[in-house]
Design a binder for this molecule. Structure first.
Ligand code: UYC
Length: 228
């Protein structure tokens, strides 16, 4: 009933993260009224920085075929729940759309593409990055890309997640590759089929950074002032 759903909404607003995740799942199964509660939830949390709980609620609405949900997102969150700020006029809307439907493989490709755009024309043509280019990336853009990954992966994926793991392993690359599933024993995980393109992956598994040309690019990314 409407009262039951209202109770779920109150619990959703007040609950711990684990409870919230459960409740979003429940509400997603309760038809239009459940979706409506999720809309209210998102509106209520609008002024605070989006977390992966907001991401979950948003994804349910985004993936639902309910016309009311579509209308709501279009008018209240036309560019998603993460502010798509860029210091160089880069459009992150496609990336947010891929992540909203959790197409992590396509989002991973686009992330590299966007970072090449950040680096400039020569990097766009080259299709890979120099570490010196990464050093000069604007903090704003790295925050936007990272926040998008975090929010749409239940906090599992993103550069900041990878960096924390790397720091926790005293910056030991070999241990880091194993930990995030980029290496298994002595064997590199092969692109693309051996990677795990969903949330069953190890924490920090995505986004990828090709190690064919060495660790300097990812080292530069992890040392960027964006994460201070
Ligand atoms: N690949 O093995 N990778 C590619 C990864 C390595 C290789 C792309 C990640 C080891 C070649 C992405 C790992 C290695 C190509 C990644 C990994 C290797 C390629 C597509 C685990 C051999 C084709 C985007 C660390 C031993 C290159 C891109 C080409 C592609 C990612 C080989 C995202 C995380 C050392 C030969 N690998 N890569 O960058 O030019 O091309 O066509 O890291």
């Amino acid at each position: 009933t409407a009262n039951d759903i209202d109770l779920l909404l109150q619990q959703l607003i007040a609950g711990s993260i684990g409870v919230q995740q459960q409740l979003i799942l429940q509400l997603s199964d309760l038809g239009d009224e459940g979706l409506h509660a999720l809309m209210e939830f998102l509106l209520k949390r609008r002024e605070t920085k989006a977390t992966w709980i907001d991401g979950n609620a948003y994804q349910v609405l985004y993936k639902s075929n309910a016309p009311k949900a579509k209308e709501f997102l279009l008018s209240c969150f036309p560019e998603g729940i993460v502010p798509l700020k860029s210091e160089c006029g880069i459009d992150y809307n496609c990336l947010q759309q891929l992540l909203a439907v959790q197409d992590f493989q396509a989002a991973d490709r686009l992330t590299l593409q966007k970072m090449c755009e950040l680096a400039g024309l020569t990097a766009i043509q080259r299709k890979w990055l120099y570490f010196t280019e990464v050093e000069n990336f604007p903090i704003t853009d790295l925050h936007t890309i990272n926040h998008l990954w975090l929010v749409h992966s239940e906090g599992k994926f993103g550069f900041s997640v990878q960096r924390e793991i790397w720091l926790g392993l005293s910056k030991n690359w070999e241990n880091f590759w194993s930990k995030i599933g980029w290496k298994n024993g002595n064997n590199w995980t092969r692109y693309p089929n051996e990677f795990t393109w969903n949330l069953s992956a190890p924490k920090g598994h995505l986004p990828l950074s090709n190690q064919l040309r060495g660790v300097r690019v990812i080292a530069s990314l992890f040392s960027h002032p964006a994460w201070n």
